[in-house]
Design a protein around this ligand. Structure first.
Ligand code: SAM
Length: 325
């Protein structure tokens, strides 16, 4: 079933809640693209590369039968990846109602043909703010999870310390001891470095643009105020909304407070270079067609490759031994 997102009509919203509604509206408004629209996207190869990275993470850290919690699941673009990993149960949560509806359609299939090759696991989809709500209240009967995934969305929790903490508290409360948290998010080191390299308050290329407000004109980010460092992110054919810088060392420290220990952190460039060495993953990359040999239109452009440098992948593990099986 779909639970409510917790927005009462009468209450006064904080600045912070209004920001997350912007994010939710932005994603809700993005309807499913047709296959043709997708193939013509200026960032089609970047999307494929992102899918490859998420697939590698899923394949490396999931075991058959695992119970999966997909935070900020969006339209369910990762459902097939979880199916290939033969997971046992799936719960997807997202703040954008339109995306949850699309996810449901994708899960149930909207034609007889699709229904026949339905997913092999049961699923539950919930519309809620993962960084504001205590999710354990909704999910007491679904927990504990073996694996939690938060793809391209953890940074939306970094607008305030309270939200960042609620995000990590949710993940920690819902994972079993020894359970794994995998994710992808912007690489703050790269973003701040790029900002300092330019004279202006914005930088980018033909497919993306990042803009910081004048309040950061000195380009200094004191360690005493590590939350709510906002910038505007525009990615052609994908994103156009406010995002927040996540200083990774702080993310790591805060996660430790919630018994989540860092296992791996790699910028996407490093991630690609490393896992592309493995024949199975190189094979998957060929099948997805994200990286080719030439520099023609059949492969990732230099500008798309630059965008991928803005992101990192991480893996954390919930403290405590895995129960013996
Ligand atoms: N994880 C999906 C994927 O990899 O395809 C979607 C990624 S999309 C870039 C970011 C998603 O985060 C959107 O679906 C958005 O609605 C969701 N999101 C943003 N803030 C959220 C919040 N506070 N709670 C739940 N979902 C949120």
């Amino acid at each position: 079933g779909v639970a409510g997102g917790g927005y009462g009509a009468q209450q006064a919203y904080s600045e912070d809640q209004i920001q997350s509604m912007h994010v939710a509206d932005h994603y809700s408004a993005r309807t499913n693209q047709s296959l043709e629209e997708r193939e013509n996207s200026p960032i089609i190869h970047l999307k494929k590369l992102n899918n490859w990275i998420k697939s590698v993470l899923v394949q490396l850290y999931t075991r058959p039968g695992d119970r999966v919690l997909d935070l900020a699941c969006g339209k369910g673009g990762d459902l097939i990846k979880w199916d290939k990993a033969r997971v046992g149960y799936y719960v997807g949560v997202d703040i954008a109602e339109g995306s949850i509806k699309d996810c449901m359609t994708r899960f149930n299939g909207d034609s007889d043909q699709q229904r026949r090759k339905k997913f092999s696991f049961p699923a539950r989809l919930i519309c809620a703010d993962c960084y504001e709500t205590r999710l354990d209240k909704y999910l007491s009967e679904d927990a504990p999870f073996d694996i939690c995934s938060c793809q391209f969305a953890m940074h939306y929790s970094w607008s305030t310390e309270a939200r960042a903490r609620q995000a990590l508290a949710n993940i920690s409360a819902l994972l079993r001891p020894g359970g794994t948290f995998i994710g992808t998010m912007p690489d703050a080191n790269v973003i701040i470095k790029r900002l300092r390299e330019t004279e202006a308050m914005e930088f980018g290329n033909s497919v993306y643009c990042i803009t910081f407000g004048e309040e950061y004109a000195e380009k200094k980010f004191p360690a005493s105020r590590p939350f709510g460092i906002k910038y505007k992110f525009h990615l052609e054919d994908a994103v156009d909304c406010p995002e927040w810088v996540v200083p990774f060392h702080l993310f790591k420290l805060l996660a430790e407070e919630y018994d989540l220990e860092l296992v791996l952190m790699k910028n996407f460039h490093e991630f690609v270079n490393e896992y592309l060495q493995k024949p199975d993953f190189a094979d998957l990359m060929r099948r997805l067609g994200a990286l080719g040999d030439g520099r023609d239109k059949s492969t990732l452009s230099q500008d798309e490759w630059e965008v991928s440098y803005l992101y990192l992948a991480f893996v954390l593990r919930k403290r405590g031994a895995a129960p013996s099986q």
